[in-house]
Design a protein around this ligand. Sequence first.
Ligand SMILES: C[S@@+](CC[C@H](N)C(=O)[O-])C[C@H]1O[C@@H](n2cnc3c(N)ncnc32)[C@H](O)[C@@H]1O
Length: 276
Amino acid sequence: MADRTGGRGQARRVTFAGEVADYYSRFRRGYPPPVTDFLVCELGVGAEDVVVDLGCGTGQLAIPLASRVRHVVGVDPEPDMLAHARRAAREHGVGSASWVLGSDADLPTLGGLLGGTHVAAVTVSCAIHLMDSTTLFAGLRELLPPGGRVAVIANGTPIWLQASAWSRALRGVLEQHFGRPLTATCGTDDVTREGYRTELETAGFATSHAELGYHEAIDIEWIVGNLYSAMSPHQLPRKEDRPAFAQQVEDALRSAQPKGDFVDDVRVAVLLGERR
Ligand SMILES: C[S@@+](CC[C@H](N)C(=O)[O-])C[C@H]1O[C@@H](n2cnc3c(N)ncnc32)[C@H](O)[C@@H]1O
């Protein structure tokens, strides 16, 4: 797995380029309607509001969000991810989303680009661990008016870090493949999130927490694609080695769960900050 641990206050250089972006668009969790509704409710946004989705990736969240608010501005530093987002928005007939090449460092001045448009909320989903969170939260005070909200979202834990037998087996395959323990939680563990909460409070946000859980059946193709979507491009197995890698994953999963009923246990966790 890519070393995308990041951590509070220290951004790491990452790439979701090329094939990784392709895998990301096909094999990452989305935000099913009940989850999007839950997030919209927590953000307190509606048809009149403009929302910024920072680290929007291939638009998994920005696109369903865009159909519930006036406009979503998706910001991401990876052109290949944005290209997927733009295409997906077109395919879904969503015209209320714009895609901006940029990063967390651009957020404080984004308001200038938007010509003083009132930004009601900022979402950062599955991406805060890649950013300089301390600086970001302080800078958000420039973009968000009093009462404006930021949601730091964990869209479940990585599939190789769950409690099920098949997830443990998957972790075993990956640890053997990479020759090291896989402990990075990508900012989804409670201790790291408590650190983000403290940083938000320090930056002048009143914080709260909300969660929504659901289960989804997944298959081997999705599991393997999901693994590729979490690797850096240089870590992807060579094309000719991918069938053998996929077989190794399948063998391990089936020996852990012979019935083959793999269920993704998704806990969507929202750390909400409201600007004082
Ligand atoms: C794991 S993906 C999350 C995508 C999407 N938000 C989702 O929920 O599926 C992380 C995204 O953050 C982007 N990213 C990485 N570093 C970033 C930074 N410093 N500022 C903003 N986005 C960044 C990556 O390019 C990638 O698209």
